[in-house]
Design a protein around this ligand. Structure first.
Ligand SMILES: Nc1ncnc2c1ncn2[C@@H]1O[C@H](COP(=O)(O)OP(=O)(O)O)[C@@H](O)[C@H]1O
Ligand SMILES: [Mg+2]
Length: 483
């Protein structure tokens, strides 16, 4: 039976997923909300009326503007600045009449509950800001549904209220009488220079160095949306201690996830090989890239060892044809690669997989998209590997490096040996461990190396002394004429 059973959500929780920076750096106070000076000013003016115990003629404000410009943050920061509680109704909550009633009914008209659930009598002058986020989605119109309920509440409320929308006119068209009760405060896209300042500040607190050009480019890309600027900054800085303009390449590639994941799902999760095969027809992706996506995600989906080994067997066959194309430029072999890595890999399942597995962006591609500096690190590493394994550096980069880097990060003994044998520099080690040169695991490695080196040299000197043998010069290589 092909039933889909959702997995226990706690299993989905990946402790290695870093905290979302947009939450971590959410402004706590209005002064930390960047841009939109006028809007912030209007908010404060309105709030101060409440604090002076004057019921403002507009008891609710509506913050309108595109996503990611700081509307929700400003509402929460205002409550914080004013010493008010805050009660939020979120996008995920239900938006029908009953839901709105439940939200506003128990709190708005008179007494209220603080955000921690504690009862706050109105007479004590304590206030709670009622925040109805994403009010665009509230069901109803002028005379029915949640909208009517909101209207009734705004008329009666003794607590300050904030509605938040992306599209002010959409709401106004649905209920003129509601919009007339609201004081409109417009949030505009945030200026690039303000975004750059914020990005700089975050880099500094994280001891992340940057090229100013890179931050400017990030701000430009965001088009006034601070949330997406922070998201991009987080993506770009993963595993780096410096951000340069080249690092932004990874963002372009990241958009591919949305296109590629459905194909990966057809191959790895579903059980229809022909469908898996067809799914790549519209996908504009080179086989050698697609194969890395499949390799990265195969172990996430194929938990059964037999399936896993059969799956990799097809991958290895696909890879053989990929190699043949590389060497012979006979592109027809790509068809075999494609069939093997899609229909082949898909066919090893006896049934459709259950649940939902999170797929990942291939580590290997992410590393390849790294900055020029890092690219030259890869080149150097490939060269070193090539010399040791008696192969070309292209081969070392494509065929040996991926496995080498896995062994290097997983096996400490291997790591020690490799640092020694390949004479790896700290930058190279840091790159392989996806960290920076100051990371303890890198430092530690070189500390030990140094000590070992000291011990070795001391021992060598001692040996020489004991034998009392002068240092021998190596015999000079004879030229051809000397033979
Ligand atoms: N003006 C801003 N100043 C500082 N950070 C912001 C600003 N706007 C957005 N952010 C960042 O983006 C995240 C989401 O912002 P949010 O206030 O929810 O935007 P909106 O409600 O306009 O969609 C915040 O947690 C914060 O990290
Ligand atoms: Mg919001």
């Amino acid at each position: 039976m092909d039933e889909e059973v959702p997995q226990d959500p706690s299993i989905e929780e990946d402790i290695h997923v870093p905290v979302d920076w947009t939450e971590r750096y959410r402004p706590k106070r209005l002064t930390d909300v960047i841009g939109n000076a006028k809007a912030k000013h209007e908010l404060i003016e309105w709030a101060e009326k409440w604090n002076d115990n004057v019921l403002p003629d507009k008891r609710a404000v509506i913050l309108a503007g595109k996503p990611g410009v700081g509307k929700t943050s400003a509402a929460l920061a205002l409550a914080n600045d004013m010493g008010w509680g805050a009660l939020e109704m979120n996008a995920s909550d239900e938006r029908n009449k009953e839901a709105v009633q439940k939200f506003v009914g128990r709190s708005a008209v008179d007494d209220t509950f603080s955000s921690s659930g504690e009862f706050v009598p109105y007479r004590q002058g304590k206030r709670t800001l009622l925040i109805l986020d994403e009010a665009d989605n509230v069901f109803g119109n002028e005379d029915r549904g949640g909208i009517v309920e909101i209207k009734n509440t705004v008329e009666k409320t003794r607590q300050p209220m904030v509605l938040i929308v992306n599209d002010y006119y959409g709401l106004r068209n649905r209920s003129k009488s509601l919009s007339q009760l609201l004081k409109k405060i417009e949030f505009k896209p945030v200026d690039n220079k303000d975004i750059v300042q914020l990005l700089k500040k975050i880099c500094r607190t994280r001891e992340l160095s940057y090229d100013l050009n890179a931050l400017k480019a990030l701000a430009e890309r965001a088009e006034g949306d601070v949330r997406s600027a922070l998201r991009d900054l987080q993506t770009v800085s993963a595993g780096r201690d410096k951000i340069t303009i080249d690092d932004l390449d990874v963002l372009g590639y990241r958009n591919r996830e949305a296109e590629i994941f459905p194909t990966i799902r057809k191959i790895l999760h579903d059980n229809d090989p022909m469908d898996a095969k067809d799914s790549i027809l519209d996908l504009d992706e080179e086989p050698r890239n697609l194969i890395t996506w499949i390799v990265e995600n195969l172990p996430r989906e194929y938990r059964d060892p037999i399936e896993l080994s059969k799956g990799f067997d097809y991958i290895s066959k696909a890879d053989i044809y990929l190699g043949r194309v590389r060497h012979s430029s006979y592109y027809r072999f790509w068809a075999y690669t494609n069939d093997l890595m899609t229909a082949g890999v898909c066919s090893v399942k006896t049934r459709k997989h259950r649940g939902f597995n999170k797929y990942a962006f291939p580590t290997w591609i992410r590393k390849m998209f790294a900055s020029k500096g890092r690219r030259s690190t890869i080149n150097m590493l490939s060269l070193k590997l090539a010399r040791k394994t008696h192969t070309t550096s292209d081969r070392a980069r494509n065929d040996i490096f991926p496995y080498f880097s896995i062994l290097f990060s997983d096996d400490i003994e291997f790591r020690h040996g490799a640092v020694d044998k390949l004479d790896l520099k700290p930058e190279e080690t840091a790159f392989l461990l996806d960290t920076n040169v100051w990371a303890p695991e890198v430092k530690e490695l070189y500390q030990e190396e140094k000590e070992e080196f000291k011990v070795k040299t001391v021992k060598k000197k001692k040996d020489l002394k004991e034998k009392e043998r002068p240092e021998e010069k190596p015999e000079k290589q004879k030229t051809l004429l000397e033979f």
